[in-house]
Design a protein around this ligand. Sequence first.
Ligand code: NAD
Ligand code: ZN
Length: 701
Amino acid sequence: MKAMTTTSAAPAVAIAEENTYREAVAQAREAADAYYGTGESGMDDDTYDRLLRGIIAWEAEHPDQVAADSPTQQVAAGVTTGDVEHSVRMLSLGNVFSDEQVHDWAASLERRLDGRAVTAWAVEPKLDGVALAARYLDGKLVRLVTRGDGSTGEDVSHTIGHIVGLPRTLAEPITVEVRGEVLMTSGQFAAANELRTAHGGQPFANRRNASSGSLRAKDRAYQVEQTFLAYDALTDPEYTSDLTLADLSHTQLIARLATLGIGTTAGTKVATLACADLDEVLARIHEIGALRAGLDFELDGAVIKADTRADQVEAGTGSRTPHWATAYKFPAAQKITKLKAVEWNVGRTGVIAPRAILEPVEVGGTTITYASLHNVADIGRKDLMLGDKVFVLRAGEVIPRVEGAVAGQRTGDEQPIVFPEVCPRCGADIDKSGERWRCDRGRACGQVEAIRYAVARDALDIDGLGEKIVIQLVEKQMIEDFADLFTLTREQLLTLDRMGEKSADNLLVAIANAKAKPLNRVFCALGVLGTGRSMSLRIATHFGSMQAIQAADTVALELVDGIGGEKAPVIVAELAELAPVIDKLKAAEVNLDQPNFVMPAALDATETEAESEEAGTGLPLAGMTVVVTGGMTGPLAAYSRTEMTELIATAGGRASSSVSARTSLVVAGEKAGSKLDKAQTLGLEVITPEVFAERLSAVLD
Ligand SMILES: NC(=O)c1ccc[n+]([C@@H]2O[C@H](COP(=O)([O-])OP(=O)(O)OC[C@H]3O[C@@H](n4cnc5c(N)ncnc54)[C@H](O)[C@@H]3O)[C@@H](O)[C@H]2O)c1
Ligand SMILES: [Zn+2]
């Protein structure tokens, strides 16, 4: 996985004179009032932050001319939204934007500790939601209060019972105030929009907006589900009946909250982690940055904290922020831009997918002109119109998507989005029965794309089948799908334009070689909806043979990591549809087994646990979790990451992309970086690619 490079903050708005300063304060004031008040600001965070940094820079130069209403002066710009007093103020966090600034900040913290080093660090995600305090009295959840301006917040206890991670009753009858962030998973966001529009409301612009709106709507006829993840608790004996809390480090406190039944990031890939020094801190921050795109909740940075209570107390807190913690902000993942048009593309399975064309906008260092709109139902749920100001989200390397329209920004010139009446590619009717619209001709409409997908590197990896050749093969009706490739003759190939004897022979060899590819490649080539390269590998190593996969029902499929109740029935239906293709593969004697597959004994009820432990022990990596990092050398030099993953699975192990205490083995090649460092700190077994190849000699060709 590519680590995120050092980020620097987008440039501050330049402010040269007092007039401009006053204007900037007024603009920021208006945005902050909207943002912390209704939650619906017309400015995106990046724009606001640049404005604010300009204000901060000017104020630093003119300390005696700071406006009393400057948003820099108080938590949440001093926007008060409630009247419940906080027992201990809820603070904001300072910011850093680069590795260098982390060093500077750490140095300033150590000066506060009389020059001694911070005992230990903790790093965790900066969750992007709404801050909330949850008060438990004798183990019962009695009150929920928003952060407000830090001194007083708003009572939102009406949401008790609707927030995952804030149970009504704790595992122990203690009194404690837990603090954390309320946010929505993508599923919760979709459900919230659906409920809101069903009740005649406007859909939310983005998830944070949905969280704050849903928390604070008091007299709604319905309640939406949200998620709470804790990052703190009041541990002073004055506020809790659990006197052991005060002695815990931050990492221990989070672990303790989890045992009480409180939602935390424990169990996710970005869980709070203790780090011994700044190198480890930085490695973990960048790891969190790289994992960001794959998470089901949003984060806008990582938080670095002094881990021990003693260090925290000694460092103390300022008026807005603690001195012992700071946020390392990641580049903004959300921007506001204009939805200009919607185009409709037909995929290889005949699915007709809408795509948004946007006024170009820079998000996270890349200029974006297109974004995904999922499907027709989603457009409906979001109530989008052409010309709307929309939030676009791009976290990491994933395809950007439109989150929602910014409320109150319509001018009256917006136009409805026009939906296609027939398949935009072939003109056939559209099957509108599912959430995703599909051409009535299904896969037949996407023949060329489907075949190209099947022969691509991650699937059958057949060289020499460019688009022009595939089109000819399809048009001359020599093939209908990729299974027909295996029965192509030399004579047939020679009738194609620009196909010489040499290329025909090479192509036939490449096709013949593909027959022996492991099952995961063949399965991937089928192009089953919802299964890409890595999911195909998981399915193939789980079931071992195409026959077993075809025999699996939804219950059996759900045992595969990453297949949930939504995906399983789709896969079953797809496999039924693809049965004729699979029959052709069988007839052509294409390999349909996963090499070295061992039936997991755990599935065989007649065996005892001890016996099942032994199953697969013949394989060199049985039961092991392996992380590969750096460039491969020796016999493995030519292996791609995909092939390494396959190799590990073939040898009975599980490949993972992140190093943790649960990692059994780390294969460190050339220029291995932070993963190697981490493995060494954890005392894990680290070997070279050469030694690894030797260990796997039994399964290597
Ligand atoms: N778009 C707008 O108009 C507008 C206006 C005002 C503010 N804002 C945005 O609000 C943000 C500034 O708000 P802020 O001052 O509340 O600060 P912040 O949200 O950047 O950081 C402080 C908050 O982070 C949260 N947090 C998340 N994970 C945490 C963790 N692990 N440990 C501790 N705290 C954690 C806490 O709620 C804490 O209060 C900026 O991102 C700014 O862009 C936007
Ligand atoms: Zn079509």
